[in-house]
Design a protein around this ligand. Structure first.
Ligand code: CAA
Length: 258
C-alpha cells in the first residue's frame, strides 16, 4: 500500500476511504494532494477487494478549492504546458463507485472534486460554491460543466457569475446532493451507504455507473440502446443467476463478483 502525506487511505472492509488531510489550508488542492488523491483512487480502483470508494475531508472543509497560493505565480505558458488539472480525467475514469461525504466548505475545486464523485452525501454544515470569478479565473476542474448538468443553467450561471455559496438545503433541492445528514453522523452514514454498494456485485455496480454516466455523453435513444445491451450482458454473469435465484428462494444473495 502506498504512503501519502496529504491524504489518509484506509480500508474498511470492502470500502476504500480516502480522507483529504491538509487541515492548515482547509484541504486546498495543491499539486501533491491532487497527485495523491488520483494515485489512491487508481490504487483502490485496481483492487478487486474494494467495491466502493468513499472520499471525504474534515468537519470544517471538504476542500476550499485549488491551492490559490500555488497557482498565483503561474503563467499562461506554464499552466498550458502542464495542462493543469488534466490529471482529474484519470479520477473520472475510475470504474469503482465513488461516494463523496462533504462537510463544511466545498468551494471551487472542492465543489468540483465532490461532483467528480458519483454522488454526494452532505452534512448539514456543507456549503457549495464556484467562487473562481472572485479570483479573476473560471472553474478549471469541470465546474462549469458538471454544476450545470447537476443544478441547471439558472443556478449554475448564478453561482459561477456571482461566486455565491449555496447552503446544503438549496444544494439538495437543486439536485447537487443526494442526502443530507447531521454533521456528527456524516461518516457513519456515508460508510453505511458505501458498504451497501460494496456488497453488491462489483461488475454489475460498474455497469450501472457506466450506464448512468453515459446519459451525460449521448442522446436519449443511443443511451437507452446502450443500457439495453449492457442489461443483456448482465445475464452472462454468475451474479445475475445468484441474485435472481436468491429472490426466488427468499434468501439474501451471495455475490461473487463474477
Ligand atoms: N488555497 C490556498 N489556501 C487556502 C485556500 C485555497 N483555496 N482556502 C483556504 N486557504 C488557507 C488560508 O489561506 C488560510 O491559511 P493561512 O492561515 O496560512 O492564512 C487557511 O487556509 C484558513 O483559511 P481562512 O483563514 O481563510 O479561513 P476562514 O474560515 O476565514 O475562511 C474560506 C474560509 C471562506 C473557505 C476562505 O478560506 C476562502 O475563501 N478560501 C478560498 C476559496 C476559493 O476561492 N476557492 C476557489 C479556489 S480557485 C479554484 O478552485 C480553481 C478551480 O476551479 C480548480
Amino acid at each position: 500500500m502506498s504512503e501519502f502525506d496529504t491524504i489518509l487511505l484506509d480500508r474498511r472492509g470492502r470500502v476504500g476511504v480516502v480522507t483529504l488531510n491538509r487541515p492548515k489550508a482547509l484541504n486546498a488542492l495543491d499539486s501533491q494532494l491532487m497527485r495523491e488523491v488520483v494515485a489512491a483512487v487508481e490504487e483502490l480502483d485496481a483492487d478487486p477487494g474494494i467495491g466502493a470508494i468513499l472520499l471525504t475531508g474534515s468537519d470544517r472543509a471538504f476542500a476550499a478549492g485549488a491551492d490559490i497560493k500555488e497557482m498565483q505565480p503561474k503563467t499562461f505558458a506554464e499552466v498550458h504546458a502542464e495542462d493543469l488539472f488534466s490529471q482529474w480525467d484519470r479520477f473520472s475514469s475510475a470504474r469503482t463507485p465513488i461516494v463523496a461525504a462533504v462537510a463544511g466548505y466545498a468551494l471551487g475545486g472542492g465543489c468540483e472534486l465532490a461532483m467528480l464523485c458519483d454522488f454526494i452525501i452532505a452534512a448539514d454544515t456543507a456549503k457549495f460554491g464556484q467562487p473562481e470569478i472572485t479570483l479573476g479565473v473560471i472553474p478549471g476542474i469541470g465546474g462549469s460543466q458538471r454544476l450545470t448538468r447537476a443544478v441547471g443553467k439558472a443556478k449554475a450561471m448564478d453561482m459561477c457569475l456571482t461566486g455565491r455559496t449555496m447552503d446544503v438545503n438549496e444544494a439538495e433541492r437543486a439536485g447537487l446532493v443526494s442526502r443530507i445528514v447531521p454533521a456528527a453522523a456524516l461518516l457513519d452514514e456515508a460508510l453505511k451507504v458505501a458498504t451497501t454498494i460494496a456488497e453488491m456485485s462489483l461488475p454489475i455496480a460498474m455497469m450501472a455507473k457506466e450506464a448512468v454516466n453515459r446519459s451525460f455523453e449521448t442522446t436519449l435513444a443511443e443511451g437507452v440502446k446502450f443500457e439495453r445491451r449492457v442489461f443483456h450482458s448482465t445475464f452472462a454473469t454468475a451474479d445475475q443467476k445468484e441474485g435472481m435465484a436468491a429472490f426466488v428462494e427468499k434468501r439474501s444473495p451471495h455475490f461473487t463478483n463474477s
